[in-house]
Design a protein around this ligand. Sequence first.
Ligand code: AMP
Length: 428
Amino acid sequence: MSFEKLGLIKPLLSAINELGYEHPTLIQKRAIPLVMAKSDIFATAQTGTGKTAAFGLPILQRLRKSDGSSDRALKAVILSPTRELSIQIFEDFTQYSKHMKVECAVLVGGKDIESQQRILKKGVDIVIATPGRFLEHIQRGLNISSVEVLVLDEADRMLDMGFTKDIRKIHPLLPKKHQTLLFSATYSDKVRKLSKLVLRSPAFIETSKKNSTVDTINQKVYLVDTHRKAELLAYLIGSRNYPQVLVFTRTKVSANELFTELQKDGLKCGLIHGDITQAKRLKTLSLFKEVKLRVLVATDIASRGLDIEELPYVINYELPSVPEDYVHRVGRTGRAGRDGEAISLIDIYEKYDIKEIERVIGQKIAQETVEGFEPDPNIRRKDIDDIKLKSEHKKPEKKKAREYNKNTSKSVKTKTTSKKRRTTKRDS
Ligand code: AMP
């Protein structure tokens, strides 16, 4: 099957040819004809499957001005969970439409709303936005009466991030007869509920097994003690000559700590998380893309929106608190059929988490140790004793607990830090 056979018009064929796409991916083969036929769609597809082009190309084709006119009215709206992902989609649309007269705008929070309004006033055909900011624009008078297509990209993520209310508010404001395309990496109850609300007789597309990770990713688990994780990470990057790695932590606190540690180890390192300004995040991302940084430390906020070509290594410095996020994190590597390696550094406390992840992805991940970094069996013994001790004194007074921490060895203190991390609010 070729892109020509899918019936795409010449300007789009030239653009994808220039991007080096030779054959449509599975989701593209299935979705493109359906989008062109104006059907609603419910697609489960992970990042890396080529889903942006799967909705982007047929939408652009539909918006082609057959009469050659340059009148602009907002025809398509793409909602995505994060600023980074919205910008990525905008960049993809810009590439795909380079031989067409189509105007796209990206509307994300953290950027000046007045300047976005000025762009909208000039007239745009397509808007790519985060739900909150899009709603703000509607409330400020954005005309959405000619919208024909709504895309909910990474719908599961949008719902997890608390955008349910915004989507429920936006949907009834759109013209009654619009087409809705819903893309989600997972098939959760929340997504199913939303699909019932927004989709009309949708076509279902399932391109991968439920929550399965991409086949081309080689997944590994290295067992290591908590306090030696940073050291092991630096060792792996150095001794194995990893050219570039994306490293995930569970919280902003541990991302900051790890960033400082890796810099001390002399690694050129960038940091992306929710407390870092949008401008700084974008700057860091472009430095990473230009290979001016070797390591990018990120919390899960970055795990969806990043599109970095041929990223060979993803390292989970800490496992995510939600097993499904593992799929999204490792989906940063092995993209569009390329090989990738996803390594998780796990300590004694994450053994349960990895079992949950294996259950969700439906496969076992090999567990290994790295010579010189084998977990210390004495630490385990102490930890188990500590757990026993805690269960014997179910409600220790705060003061006693503080004294206990003060008097215990470094390894137990490390464990306390790790537990604290675990309960810290997720960064998303
Ligand atoms: P996505 O799942 O949309 O984030 O796309 C993942 C990556 O695959 C992006 O870097 C796209 O540029 C690339 N891509 C999308 N479609 C194709 C294709 N048919 N052939 C090769 N690469 C593609």
